[in-house]
Structures are given as C-alpha cells and as structure tokens.
Design a binder for this molecule. Structure first.
Ligand code: TXA
Ligand code: MG
Length: 318
C-alpha cells in the first residue's frame, strides 16, 4: 500500500501519544537518527516493529526512557542497586544524549524487546520533540532505527516514509516530524555487562570519553556478534560504497568505476566531520535517488567522530 507522505507525517505530539497508547507505531525524531517506536510494554505493538522493518526477532531493541526518570523498572535489580557505578556516571554525563548502555534487564522488560536476552539496551534521547513525547506518554518506548532491516538509517521524516511508508498504516501509525537529525549517526553502544565494558557500536560519544568517565579502560567488541550493528554488512544503500583513504585514491577509484561503465561520483566532506556525520545518510540516499552505481567516499581520519563515520562506511561497503 502506497500512501502520500502527508497522510503519515505530522508534528502533533498529542496525536502521537494517542497512537502509541492505542498500540500503534510512531516514528520519532532523535538527535541521532529517526526511530520506529512502540509502547515498550506491549508485546503486540513491539511485534509490529519487527514486521514493519523486516527485522529478525532476535535482534534486540533499545528502550528509550524519559530524562530524569529513575529507570529502576527497566534495568536490573534497581538502578542504584546492581547497576555498576560507572553506569550512573555515564548517565549523569551523557543523558539525554547519543549513548546507549547495555545493562542487566529489569522487571518491566518483555522478551519481545530483548529477543529473550538477560540484558537490555537503554538510552535517554535528547531531541526536544521526543523528550516532550516521552514525558507526556509517561512510559518507555522500544525503538530501532526507522529503516528497513540492513538499510541506511533515516535522518528526516521523509526518509522514514520513503523506506517504511508501505509498511505503516495512516489510520494507526504516525511519523512525527522533528526536522533533520543533529548528529546523523546512531548512538554509541557500551555494554556494561561485560568486564571490561565493551563498545559495541561507535558513535558521537567516543571511546576516550567513555574511558575518561568510567575511569577504566573499555574493550572493542569481541565474541559472537552481540549487536546487529556489528554485522559486517549493514547501513547499506543500493549503490556500491567505495571508501577512499584520500583524494588521490578517490580520483583513481572514480576513474576505474567510470572506465567500467558505472555512474559514479566522489563525496568529500572531510573538511567538517560534524557535517559529514549529519549528512552521511542523506548523501547515501541521494546517490541511490540519482541512480548511481557507486559512490566514492573520502574517509575521515580515525579520531573522534571519525571512528563512527569510518565504521558506517566500512559496513555500507561490505
Ligand atoms: O541512535 C540510536 O541508537 C537509534 C535511535 C533511534 O535511538 N537506534 C538504533 O537502534 O540505532 P537499532 O535497533 O537500529 O540499533 C541498536 C543496536 C542493534 O544492533 C541491537 O542489536 C543492539 O543495539 N542492542 C540492543 N539491545 C541490545 C542488548 N541488550 N545487547 C546487545 N546489543 C543490543
Ligand atoms: Mg538500525
């Protein structure tokens, strides 16, 4: 079913709350990317998230909480009880913001959200519209990024409709428009159930920042794929993504692609990494919309936000 975008996109927060309470899906703006949210306590609503995304059921969802709320019911044994001190410091410093913590799950967490795991990912998003929504809704929202499984995350309401429109019902669901996302890449995920803590996904909050706040070293993710974001191929547009180390390599890759008869172009946003991250997914979507066969992307240096961008480029190109 194709429906015109204006039947799904709205800025009405009260309507979004109504839809969530009735078990509908609401795409929410966050500072990182748009999420596809449902009431985290409703197994039926959460099941619809997996259907709409075409996502395997064993890929756990992040639970989004209200700023300032004591998340005792959502993380194991009471927030101040069995939760490591480090988590409290990270929460105090980074929330609301682009950090997801994996912690032991609390009593309100349902199996549909975690795929039956004993841990849960939680985060407090910073976007003012979604903070308002969470405060009025009163509960918690389970939400993955609002894209079809394996594809590029959405950073505008329009991206959500382009991708998920046919899988949403304008009578029960909504895309809450909060403008373009400020960060542009998904949250940093740190697993505090591992010793030492593991960074499962790079994001705007860097490993160095987390180590400083924990006053302890963190490890790179290891072991069997713990987060879907760790799958080799993910965040991929339809066209091939060719990362280049510098402009010379970019020119060579472009020439090769064109010589092979491909429609291709170079993307270089290394002058400003904040803008690079903000626009990355729009740029990749634009490459598809323009019918390119490949896009050559000049990679940022491996420091700060550069780590997260390089990670997404590697996954988009795998
Ligand atoms: O910025 C973000 O994190 C966005 C916005 C909407 O909040 N959300 C997002 O969700 O990127 P998603 O589902 O696309 O990616 C979350 C990742 C998945 O790879 C999932 O496997 C992992 O987090 N994850 C969630 N809970 C987990 C858990 N308990 N243990 C390990 N990984 C977990
Ligand atoms: Mg995702």
């Amino acid at each position: 079913m194709r429906c015109p975008p204006e039947r799904l996109i709205s800025t009405d927060v009260a309507l979004a709350v109504e839809r969530l309470r009735a078990g509908g899906l609401v795409a929410i703006p966050t500072e990182t990317v748009y999420g596809l949210a449902a009431d985290a306590r409703s197994p039926a609503a959460v099941a619809r998230i997996f259907e709409a995304k075409g996502r395997p059921r064993n890929h756990p969802l992040i639970v989004h909480l209200t700023a300032g709320a004591q998340p005792d019911d959502w993380v194991g044994g009471g927030w101040v009880g069995s939760v490591p001190d480090g988590a409290l410091r990270l929460a105090a410093a980074c929330w609301p913001g682009p950090l997801t913590m994996v912690l032991p799950r609390g009593p309100l967490v349902i199996d549909a959200v975690t795929g039956g795991r004993s841990s849960v990912g939680v985060r407090v998003p910073a976007h003012p519209v979604t903070r308002d929504l969470l405060a009025r809704f009163g509960g918690a929202l389970a939400a993955p990024s609002a894209n079809r499984f394996g594809r590029v995350s959405p950073t505008t309401a329009r991206h959500v409709v382009d991708d998920l429109g046919p899988h949403l019902d304008p009578a029960t669901d909504l895309v809450l428009d909060g403008g373009p996302c400020e960060v542009g890449v998904e949250s940093t995920i740190v697993d505090l159930t591992a010793v030492p803590p593991q960074v499962l996904r790079a994001g705007a909050i860097t490993d160095d920042e987390i180590e400083r706040l924990l006053a302890a070293p963190v490890a790179a993710a290891s072991g069997p794929s713990r987060a879907a974001g760790m799958l080799a191929s993910h965040y991929a547009p339809a066209c091939r993504v060719l990362p280049a180390a510098d402009l010379d390599e970019a020119a060579r890759l472009l020439a090769e692609s064109r010589a092979a008869g491909e429609r291709s172009r170079v993307l270089d946003r290394t002058a400003d990494l904040v803008v690079f991250a903000q626009r990355l997914y729009s740029d990749l979507r634009a490459a598809d919309a323009d019918g390119l066969d490949s896009i050559v992307v000049v990679a940022p240096p491996p420091s700060g936000l550069g780590h997260a961008i390089r990670d997404r480029l590697a996954k988009a190109s795998a």
